[in-house]
Design a protein around this ligand. Structure first.
Ligand code: GLN
Length: 537
């Protein structure tokens, strides 16, 4: 076989696995380490592997799984991609997140197509080959120096086995200078003495070893600083050198995690392991932003009126976007998740300096959101509506200002006399639920002299979307006549309303998009900055 002139660069890979418990913070660990490596001048691409069978996160209920994060190219992904983008300040695409379901679907597709020429299709090598192919292809297509691959779940989960096996094979193929394993674990505390125990860590590393993987580093979560004696003990039982046992004590904000990693020299140790030379890190900007965030004293209460409020991660990107804007404004926002079905909704809102109504689906909770928006409008409380938040603001305005009795979205009442929000024509024929909404980035134009234009500082913007319904064009003129400014329209056809606002209000703006997906720790989003600043006035 003829060799290609320039053989492709071999991948540098970091695999991050989790042990002892689920939800241990692998996502933040990946995001923090990747951010540090980027500050050393490396091109880093993160990948999240989800061992579940869903093809993607798009059909998953926020109650169970938290928010669905949307990338520029319209992939509906795991919320960890949000952390990656916010920390590393990059735009990822859908290839950075894949599931067992999508891998099997692909392999079975090839089998049906006859590509395997009659062979028996097996997990090893066919499924593991597809996993490896995907990882290498993301590495190459992003021109990366290193790919950081997070394997979801906890070591020992049946569903994750093929991914661990693929990682083991990649170590065998590329060698210890190209493949690094990091295992995230936690110290246990027994009651009633609250004494530290490291046994679960030892056992979790033993599980990993059974799969042929020896971790090079451990990230050890703990609620108190870990003493040297325990570090030595962990090292002894796990074969990980003490210097490679990276402590990760609880912090007040996730953005502090890179600061602690830096203190342990984690990024330098990784680069050494890859045999790379490294220059100075430009970490100062991050460090300053974190200390501004942690030093902020003034607290501003803002309400997040939603219905998925029990799940900590259901509105994750919105909460982070608010935190970024607050940090940049030198204040702390106490973002109170308020159930839109709460009987004391308005009483709670009276104490708030701002109100956000985020995205959502289905009829439940809509009446409360309408009441919340009416309250914001009538009491001149800064208001930001996101996606469904825009749609409900239009319903509220139609009912209470335009006097269109019973105005509604056809999502909530198909027979409404005034369908001010209606399904987009191209959505009418769609039957499947997965990946079929208006998804990903779209261009919009912002009206001169509008609040939107002032906030963004430019007439042309791109934001990410995830919806099926829109402001019904038949009602544009009556809404306008009654004072609602349709301040942003989609391009090129200017049919879809992307922004609405009330010019008389202190701050009343809503968008059909999800701007929260584009806010970054070091680059807060203008709409959230606008809301936080207005709530200080
Ligand atoms: N349910 C609404 C729609 O499909 C809003 C969606 C959302 O908020 N993401 O249009």
């Amino acid at each position: 076989m003829k060799r290609s002139k320039k053989s492709k660069k071999q991948p540098n890979l970091i695999f991050i696995t989790g042990g002892t418990v689920s939800g241990i913070g692998k996502g933040i660990s990946v995001a923090s380490l990747a951010a540090l490596l980027k500050m050393r001048g490396l091109e880093v691409v993160p990948i999240k592997i989800d061992p579940y069978l869903n093809r993607d996160a798009g059909t998953m209920n926020p109650y169970q799984h938290g928010e669905v994060f949307v990338t520029e190219d319209g992939a509906e992904t795991d919320l960890d991609l949000g952390h990656y983008e916010r920390f590393i300040n990059i735009n990822l695409d859908g290839r950075s997140n894949f599931t067992t379901g999508s891998v099997y679907e692909h392999v079975i597709g090839l089998e049906r197509h006859g590509d395997y020429l009659g062979k028996t299709i097996q997990i090893i090598p066919h499924v593991t080959d597809e996993i490896k192919r995907r990882i290498v292809s993301v590495f190459h297509s992003n021109g990366a120096d290193v790919a950081v691959v997070e394997i979801g779940g906890t070591v020992g989960d049946i569903e994750a086995e093929p991914f661990l096996e693929a990682a083991r094979q990649m170590f065998r193929e590329h060698g210890p200078n190209r493949v690094i394993f990091i295992h995230v674990v936690k110290v246990d505390y027994v009651f009633p003495s609250d004494e530290e125990k490291t046994k679960p860590i030892q056992q979790s590393v033993a599980l990993l070893r059974q799969r042929g993987i020896q971790p090079d580093f451990l990230i050890v979560r703990s609620k108190r600083p870990i003493d040297l004696e325990n570090i030595e003990k962990i090292s002894l039982f796990t074969n990980v050198p003490p210097k490679h046992v990276i402590p990760a004590v609880d912090v007040s904000t996730i953005y502090e995690v890179p600061v602690n990693f830096r203190r342990s020299g984690f990024d330098e140790l990784i680069l050494k392991k890859f045999g790379r030379r490294f220059g100075k890190s430009n970490f100062a900007v991050w460090r300053r932003a974190v200390s501004k965030m942690t030093r902020a004293k003034k607290v501003v209460p803002i309400a997040l009126v939603g219905k998925y409020i029990e799940h900590d991660d259901a509105y994750l990107s919105v909460e982070e976007a608010v935190a970024h804007a607050a940090a940049a404004s030198g204040v702390k926002v106490d973002l109170l998740r308020i159930d839109s079905e709460s009987p004391v909704l308005l009483k709670k809102l009276r104490e708030m300096k701002g109100i956000i109504v985020p995205g959502g689906f289905g009829k439940r909770g809509i009446d409360g959101k309408i009441r919340a928006i009416r309250f914001a409008r009538e009491n001149n409380i800064p208001f930001l509506g996101l996606c469904l938040g825009l749609q409900v603001a239009v319903i509220e305005f139609a009912r209470n200002v335009c006097h269109l009795g019973g105005a509604n979205s056809t999502e909530f009442n198909r027979r409404t006399p005034h369908p001010v929000i209606d399904i987009m024509p191209e959505q009418k024929k769609v039957k499947d639920k997965g990946g079929t909404m208006r998804l990903g980035t779209y261009k919009a134009t912002l009206a001169k002299n509008s609040l939107a234009r002032r906030l963004y500082g430019t007439p042309l913007i791109f934001e990410r979307h995830r919806h099926r319904y829109e402001v019904n064009p038949k009602y544009h003129s009556i809404l306008r006549r009654r004072g609602l400014v349709l301040s942003g329209l989609n391009l090129p056809d200017r049919r879809l309303v992307e922004f609405i606002e009330l010019p008389e209000a202190k701050f009343f703006i809503a968008t059909q998009a999800h701007p929260e997906f584009k806010s970054r720790f070091l680059k807060p989003h203008p709409l959230f900055l606008g809301l936080v600043r207005a709530s200080l006035m």
